[in-house]
Each structure stands twice: as C-alpha cells, then as structure tokens.
Design a protein around this ligand. Structure first.
Ligand code: COI
Length: 352
C-alpha cells in the first residue's frame, strides 16, 4: 500500500488548560487542545493533520453510521515524577487495531500515522498528562467508513483520528459483576476479538439490566451453554485459584486480546504465580469458591486498569470477596513501571 505522509500541524492560539483543572476529571469527558486526522482515499492515506480539537462535518449517508464499519483503541500515556512522558505498549495496540481493521474489511493504518502521529500529538499536548497517582492521558485512536452511499459493502474511503483525554481511574471502587446468561456478546467466527464499535453498542442492554439489579457490569458467557466465561464488559477477567491465575484463552476469537491482560500475566508469573490461559466455566469457579480455593477475581483493561471484584453473582448464588492480595500487588508492580518507579524490564514504555 502506498503511503504519503505529510504531517501538517496547526496549533491552538490559547490552550484550554488555562481554564481547566485536572483534579477529579471524569473518564473521557475532556479533550486536549489538538487531535490528529487522516483520510483514506484511492488506496492511500493522505491529509494527515494535527489540528485544534474540533467538530467534524460529515454526510448523513456516512457508511459507518449505517453499517458499523467503525473500530477504536484505548491506550494510555503516563508522566514520571521528573516530567518525562511515556506511552504504554502502543505497538501492541497498533497491531490489534490493524487486526480489527482486517476483520471489518477496513484498511490498515501504517506505523508512521498511528505511532509517529500519536507521539507528535502527545508531544504537543504533553502538559495535559496529569502528574498524579492513578491518572494518565487516555489515547483514543479510531477509524470509520466515510463513503456517502447506502449500499452494503466495504467503504472505499475512511477517516482515522486520534483524540487525547486526561483521565483518573474508571472504577474507583471494587466491582459487583453479574454472570450473563441471557444475552451473548460473541460467538466463534464472529467479531468478539475485534475492537469494533458495535461490540460495545450490543453489550449495553445486558449492562443496563445488570445495573438495575445493583451490579456494575456483566461477565459474558459463551453463546451455546452460557457457562464458559469470556470477559467482563470493558475488561478481561482473572481468577486466582490457590496459587494459580486462570484467565479465559483467546483461542475462540470471542474475547479481546487485552494489552493490560498480557502485561498482568507476565507480572503474575514474575511474582511466582502459575498462569493458565484456558477455557474456564462457571461451575469450576463456584466449586473453587465453595472449597475456599478461589482467592480473588479481578478485571484488567486499559481504562479500568486492575479492578478488584467484590461480588460475582451467578443465578441466585453470590460469591463475595472483601480482601485482595494479588490484585493490588500486581497493580503496584504495573504502576511502578508505568510511573517510572521501577525498571522497564519488559520494554513496555515508548518515550515521547
Ligand atoms: C479501554 O480499556 O480502553 C476500553 O476499551 C474501554 C472503553 C470502551 C472505555
């Protein structure tokens, strides 16, 4: 694929940061001064621009709005105490983004735009990275189809953008999770592994119903028996059974290949736990809970970071947890790397 990348940079005259405090910022509500935008036309990426954050002017017939060719990523940048800034594992997200693109019949975004563009954009808005515990700059690359036609087929044109949003923790408290048996998020052969917008739209009904029952999110189960565990809305899930951390495997293509998931598994092994990526069903989890060997359950995700689960409910059976050892420890290890308090021994940080 031919790529013509000529970055055009237009800066704001006055930063919005002058009028905004980065204290108590809700997730995804505030955006930095600049954004990156690029267009795909005639088989190549062009018009790559960094410019002031602004609305888009779009056709109402836009293909993405009608047939859902729309994908995204979530990445974070952190600031060290000395002011240096780093992006956490952006190449892993770039690869996953292009896997999502392939599944949704969309073009790949090259490294020069996704990674180099992201770095340039963050460099420009570096002051927006909160220098505070548990805070970071959330990076949202996304791409959508822009053909103004109603025929159902892969679009020939696309837009790619990167937005930046300063953020604190998504979930401040341990979570209550409902094991979902009525709705299905993904089945083999589907799009569960891809980070496409429709996966999130399709999951909202289940989350809404769980919230009515007092739960924060659902734990998805397989489409056929509703027994085999997949992922929690917005996070992968880890069960600590005695000294073993078990997490659903990626084999069936029904769950997201989490970058935080992969990092946590590496750190858990380093901490001396046995790590198993395999099929796990709710009966095994309940049995381990009844025997006292299910020590804790937690979620992992870019937005959620590491989220301890205080209740997991299946039908009428509630498994309750009030103490966590592994989750805070692995979170501490991860944060030490992210905030530069320990060596970046796995080469996860990309300097801006
Ligand atoms: C992320 O962790 O980046 C996610 O994708 C969650 C997001 C939908 C808020």
């Amino acid at each position: 694929m031919e790529t013509t990348v000529d970055f055009n940079v237009t800066k704001v005259e006055r930063s919005k940061l002058n009028d905004l405090s980065l204290e108590n910022i809700p997730f995804g509500k505030f955006f930095t001064d600049h954004m990156l935008e690029a267009d795909y036309e005639n088989g190549e990426w062009k018009n790559v621009e960094i410019k002031p954050y602004q609305p888009l002017l779009l056709e109402p017939s836009l293909a993405a709005l009608h047939y859902g060719q729309s994908i995204f990523e979530g990445i974070k940048a952190y600031k060290f105490e000395n002011g240096d800034a780093f992006i956490f594992r952006p190449y892993d997200n770039w690869k996953r983004f292009n896997k999502s693109a392939e599944r949704m019949c969309m073009p790949e975004v090259p490294e020069e735009i996704f990674i180099d563009g992201m770095k340039q954009l963050i460099e420009l808005d570096k002051n927006w990275i909160p220098a505070k515990a548990e805070h970071s700059l959330y990076i949202r690359p996304f791409m959508f189809a822009t053909d103004p036609v109603l025929g159902v087929k892969p679009s020939l044109t696309y837009k790619f953008l990167i937005l930046l949003s300063p953020t604190g923790p998504y979930y401040a408290e341990p979570m209550k999770i409902y094991v979902e048996e009525k709705y299905t998020r993904a089945a083999p052969g589907g799009v569960g592994f891809s980070k496409n917008a429709g996966n999130y739209g399709g999951s909202m009904m289940a989350a809404k119903e769980a919230q009515k029952l007092g739960y924060d999110q659902v734990l998805w189960t397989d489409a056929f028996e509703h027994k085999w565990l997949q992922e929690v809305g917005m996070m992968n899930v880890v069960f600590v059974i005695n000294n073993t951390a078990v997490t659903p495997s990626l084999d069936e293509g029904t769950i997201l290949e989490g970058v935080t998931r992969a990092s946590v598994l590496t750190l858990l092994e380093e901490m001396g736990l046995q790590v198993e990526e395999r099929k796990i069903n709710i009966d095994e989890v309940i049995e381990a809970y009844k025997k006292g060997s299910l020590k804790e359950v937690f979620g992992t995700g870019t937005a959620a970071t590491i989220a301890p689960i205080k209740e997991l409910r299946y039908k009428d059976f509630a498994m309750k947890f009030d103490a966590w050892t592994v989750a805070p420890k692995v979170k501490g290890q991860l944060n030490n790397i992210r905030y530069g308090r320990s060596d970046d021994r796995f080469n996860w940080l990309e300097r801006i």
